[in-house]
Design a protein around this ligand. Structure first.
Ligand code: IPD
Length: 270
């Protein structure tokens, strides 16, 4: 019997994580900057994505691939793999143990809000944690069922966020926090959106949001949150997009969406 998509995604993500961890032991440095000087890539990001792509091509040559560090491959099967070889590259560079490999398989175009996520795996190679979900199959962390926190009031919510790489985006994000932070229990900035989402799915955080997130940052983690009983979306009434990504449990999700929209309006953000 062949692998299920979840088993294959898990094998690939674990293998890639072991390889990245091993490479890190040999030292790591910035190979290049991308959109801005703060947006970095290391040789390990590139090598890890190449490894993931070759494992996908060997197992499922007809599938498409959208990855952070390589060209998009349009497949023939209708399925697409959405891959972040190292999510949390700055943590990886500094040796902060919060970086991850994120691998998702989606049915349909690799466009948030248009795809149906089928399987998603996020691995933290440093802690050995493996978070995973398949559509309709629930979410697990190291084999244990995951459940989001439900019914959390906004002023009791521990909420993670992240910041993009352009100075303009960061100024908008900082202005949004001016209005939002006093309404929350607190904010966390962990540095890997995929791990933030797994933390929401595990109940270690109540919610996560970020403006300008890329599909590879949330494809796997978004499914894991949904299968753990949470919700993902954009601004109020909108699907998730690069404009806004919000994840939270029932009872908090819509309140937080509205609070973020209010904060952006107060900050004069279109
Ligand atoms: C980044 C991380 C970070 C988020 C950024 C992402 P990368 O991914 O997920 O937490 O705030 O928006 O770009 O660049 O380390 O793969």
């Amino acid at each position: 019997m062949g692998h299920t998509l979840l088993e294959l995604a898990r094998d690939i993500a674990i293998h890639a994580g072991e390889s990245a961890l091993e490479a890190r032991r040999g030292g790591v440095e910035v190979a290049a900057t991308k959109s801005t000087a703060t947006d970095i890539v290391t040789a390990v990001d590139r090598d890890t994505e190449a490894l993931i792509r070759s494992l996908i091509a060997d197992a499922r040559p007809g599938d498409g691939v959208l990855g952070e560090e390589g060209d998009t491959i349009d497949g023939t099967s209708g399925l697409n793999w959405v891959v972040d070889p190292i999510d949390g590259t700055v943590n990886f560079l500094y040796g902060i143990p919060s970086w991850s490999i994120s691998v998702a398989v989606v049915d349909g175009p690799p466009v948030p809000g248009e795809w149906t996520a089928l399987a998603g795996v996020v691995v933290n190679p440093v802690t050995g944690e493996v978070f995973e979900a398949s559509a309709g199959g629930g979410a697990r962390g190291n084999g244990r069922e995951l459940h989001v926190n439900a019914g959390i009031a906004l002023d009791r919510a521990l909420v993670a966020t992240g910041f993009g790489y352009s100075a303009e985006r960061r100024l908008e994000q900082a202005k949004t926090l001016v209005d939002l932070l006093p309404k929350l229990r607190d904010i966390r900035r962990i540095g890997s959106a995929a791990l933030d989402l797994c933390a929401v799915a595990s109940g270690r955080l109540d919610a996560f949001f970020e403006r300008g997130l890329n599909p590879w940052d949330h494809a796997a983690g978004g499914l894991i949150v949904g299968e753990a009983g949470g919700f993902v979306g954009g601004l109020p009434g909108m699907p998730e997009s690069d404009r806004m990504f919000v994840a939270a449990g029932p009872g908090l999700f819509e309140t937080l969406q509205t609070a973020i929209a209010d904060a952006e309006r107060a900050a004069g953000i279109e």
